[in-house]
Design a binder for this molecule. Structure first.
Ligand code: GAR
Length: 217
């Protein structure tokens, strides 16, 4: 089976992008990263991607003002040009409208630094600490028009320590992100993920029974 052609969309340093690129270096990995696309020309991840010989494109949202449809049309054009089959959002900090999202049904995934549906949005680590959460983590999910929603493919958990601050907790969650995002992409690219009634089944069984939840650190 041919490897799925993947685009990674970033806005910043791209450490999750780098984890995906690393995993996909293995020729037996069922997906190849063929494009890194950023909405910011200064995103650090662009240089990392270029250094590994991966094509990069910048679609600067500021050039489109309030015209989201035109911005998203430019994103779509880049994805079509590179014959992309799966889109991975990796710290891509623009909200995408239904007009775009609906073009990628069950083919666009995101990583979020919290155990969804808890702590959608920003500042997830500080909010987990403020809430006194005992466990925290990261989630890979399908993208739907609603922000940080969509069927959950995989989650990884970290225990919250009383000594944690935003940085220490964030570092441990990031390490989990780097582990679960390639695993989730692998399963998706292998065609093992199905959505039934808004929930993901892996190999036809519910996620929690499929051993896909990464163990606590
Ligand atoms: C990651 O922690 C990712 O989960 C988060 O941004 C960071 C990007 O880091 N994404 C979101 O908050 C999206 N809601 P990276 O550029 O080093 O991968």
């Amino acid at each position: 089976m041919s490897r799925k052609r993947v685009a990674v969309l970033i806005s910043g340093r791209g450490s999750n992008m780098a984890a995906l690129i690393d995993a996909a270096k293995d020729k037996t990995f069922p997906a190849e990263i063929v494009l890194v696309l950023s909405n910011r020309p200064d995103a650090g991840g662009l240089a990392t991607a270029s250094a590994t010989g991966i094509a990069t494109e910048v679609v600067e949202h500021t050039q489109y003002g309030k015209d989201r449809a035109a911005f998203e049309a430019a994103l779509q054009a880049a994805l079509v040009k590179h014959r992309i089959e799966i889109v991975c959002l990796a710290g891509f900090m623009r909200l995408l409208t239904a007009g775009f999202v609906d073009r990628w049904p069950e083919r666009m995934i995101n990583i979020h630094p919290a155990l969804l549906p808890a702590f959608k949005g920003l500042d997830t680590h500080q909010r987990a600490l403020d809430a006194g959460a005992k466990v925290h983590g990261a989630t890979v999910h399908f993208v739907v028009p609603e922000m940080d929603a969509g069927p959950i493919i995989m989650q990884g958990v970290v225990a919250v320590s009383p000594d944690d601050n935003e940085q220490t907790l964030g570092q441990r969650v990031l390490a989990v992100e780097h582990r679960i995002y390639p695993q989730a992409l692998k399963m998706l690219a292998e065609g093992r993920v199905r959505v039934i009634d808004g929930r993901c089944l892996i190999d036809g069984v519910p996620v929690s029974d499929a051993g896909t939840t990464a163990p606590p650190d």
